[in-house]
Each structure stands twice: as structure tokens, then as C-alpha cells.
Design a protein around this ligand. Structure first.
Ligand code: SF4
Length: 305
């Protein structure tokens, strides 16, 4: 099938099923083009609650599809590539959270959205990178266990110094792999460029940056400014590709060509056609997990608007 035919096929299947296609910014460009809504985790979570379609096709990884299901349990949520996972989400289990609660009984437990529904169900509040600071500030407890990303946890600790943080030793292998040397090299090549990084990067890399923010915050900063020396970005390659496409007139550079999340690149256009044609790879969650994980996501929504 030619690419025009395949986009046409997706459009007709979407109409037939009353479906909407969501894609994360880290998805391949051709998948982002097929999507009705492209966003970061927080934006997609909000849209999942708002859209009226009966079916959501989540082009992303499993925890994103689970989050859509938790927030819209009445909808059918399809994950076109069922083995697309997140290695950071796999670094913590519900049993780990229960043990932490025993060690730190007075602490609140805050989890990054990059966790399984079963882990979210054990936590007091969930957050995304763009909502993390507000979510932490909203907690009445002074002591906060944050999991699984130690780098994002360190970033929040810097922004909310009045709280005491206990950080789980997890990380995103893609963001954590970027070194200070990578940034020095990129800066040497483009000395006037502004450096923007995601808070999943290491503390050392964050310190070298002019701006630290979520994917949508990085995109919004580049779209609303015009730095003549350009921009060096430290986040997954899909963001770079999207920015290059939207702003061909801006000089945008990647800190490293290795910032590619293999799981995010698993989904292709044929997978979207297949899931829409067959209705397979539906996300289903046990009722108690659904209810308890929903409570932690709803607290985030209330805290962050
Ligand atoms: S980029 Fe990192 S955090 Fe995001 S899905 Fe891939 S492994 Fe998980």
C-alpha cells in the first residue's frame, strides 16, 4: 500500500470505529502525521478525558495506553504495538512501593506517570514532568517518596526545597545516557545555541542547560523565541524531528544522535491499520487497580489543573 493509501485507509477505519488517534512526540514522524492529537504524557492524559470518541488508539507505550484507560474507562483503548513498554516503568513494582511505605510510614508516595497502572494504584499522587512541581507542592506531607526516576526526582527536589525527598534509583536509559561531554561537544560546535533539556537527563547535564522542562515546555519555548544561534535539545529524537518539520527556518540541533527510544519507535502505520481493523490489543485493567490508580491521577489533575 502506498503511503497515501495507508493514510486514507486509517482515516476511513477511524470513521467506521468512531476512533481518535493519539501519538506521543517520541513516535516516528509518519505515525505523528496519522494522529489527531500529538502531545506529551500530560497533554495526552488530559485529552483522554476530554475526547468523545468511543475508541482511543494510543501510539506510544503501554503505560500511556493504561493511563488513557484509567481516565476514560468507558472507552475502548487500543495499543497498536502491545509489546511497546518503558524500561523506566519496569524499574519499580507494586511490591517495591509497599516495602517503601513500611520503611517510611509518614511519607507520601508520588509516582511519575511512567509507571504501570498497578504501581500507580499503590501511590498517593501521580505526576508528569510538566506537573511534577505542582503535584509535590500540593502534598501536605513533608516527606515524599518519589519514583521511579531519580533524575526527575532531583529536579523536583531543587524546585521544592521545603520538602524532603526519598528517591528511587530508576532512570530513563535514553535520557540518562547523555553525558556532560556530549553537551560540551555540541556547545563547541554551536556556541551561541540555547541548551534545552528534559528533567529525565542527569543532574550534571541539567546544570549545563539554559532551560530544563518537559517535552511540551521545550517545544513551546522554541516556538515562542528566536535565538539566532539556534537550539541544542536534549530529549528523545522524535521531538527533534517534529521541531525540524514545524520550524524549518530555525537552527535546531540534537545533543546526541543516540537519544532514540526503541520502544517508542515500534509502532508503524500498518500497526494502526491492523488494530483498527481487528480491534485487537485492547487495554483492560482489573477494577480495583483501575479505581485506585485513577485516584492518584485525579489528584494530579486537581493539583495541576
Ligand atoms: S524515552 Fe525513556 S521514559 Fe520514555 S518510554 Fe522510552 S524508556 Fe520510557
Amino acid at each position: 500500500m502506498s503511503s497515501t493509501d495507508i493514510y486514507g485507509r486509517i482515516a476511513s477505519l477511524k470513521n467506521k470505529r468512531n476512533a481518535v488517534i493519539f501519538a506521543h512526540y517520541y513516535q516516528p514522524c509518519e505515525v505523528q502525521k496519522a494522529a489527531d492529537i500529538v502531545g506529551d504524557s500530560f497533554q495526552l492524559a488530559k485529552y483522554a478525558e476530554e475526547v468523545e470518541n468511543e475508541v482511543i488508539v494510543m501510539c506510544g507505550v503501554r503505560f500511556m495506553a493504561e493511563t488513557a484507560k484509567i481516565l476514560s474507562p468507558e472507552k475502548t483503548v487500543l495499543l497498536p504495538k502491545p509489546d511497546a513498554g518503558c524500561s523506566m516503568a519496569d524499574m519499580v513494582t507494586p511490591a517495591d512501593v509497599r516495602k517503601l511505605r513500611q520503611f517510611f510510614p509518614k511519607a507520601a508516595v508520588m509516582c511519575y506517570v511512567n509507571t504501570s497502572a498497578a504501581v500507580k494504584a499503590e501511590c498517593d499522587i501521580c505526576c508528569t514532568s510538566s506537573s511534577a512541581v505542582k503535584a509535590a507542592e500540593s502534598l501536605k506531607q513533608r516527606q515524599i517518596i518519589f519514583l521511579p526516576d531519580k533524575n526527575l526526582g532531583g529536579y523536583i527536589r531543587g524546585k521544592v526545597p521545603e520538602k524532603e525527598f526519598i528517591l528511587w534509583d530508576g532512570c530513563c536509559p535514553v535520557h540518562n545516557s547523555v553525558t556532560e561531554k556530549d553537551f560540551t561537544n555540541a556547545k563547541n560546535r554551536h556556541p551561541e545555541a540555547e541548551v534545552l533539556v528534559h528533567p529525565e537527563c542527569t543532574e550534571g547535564v541539567q546544570k549545563m542547560a539554559d532551560f530544563v522542562g518537559s517535552t511540551s515546555e521545550i517545544i513551546s519555548r522554541i516556538s515562542s523565541s528566536n535565538n539566532k544561534g539556534g537550539y541544542i535539545i536534549g530529549t528523545e529524537a522524535g521531538v527533534y524531528e517534529r521541531l525540524r518539520e514545524i520550524y524549518p527556518e530555525k537552527s535546531i540541533y540534537q545533543v546526541s544522535n543516540d537519544m532514540v527510544c526503541a520502544d517508542m519507535k515500534k509502532t508503524g502505520l500498518q500497526d494502526i491499520v491492523y488494530t483498527l481493523e481487528t480491534g485487537t490489543f485492547e487495554i483492560n485493567l482489573p477494577e480495583d487497580i483501575l479505581l485506585r490508580s485513577r485516584a492518584s491521577l485525579e489528584k494530579m489533575m486537581v493539583a495541576c489543573g
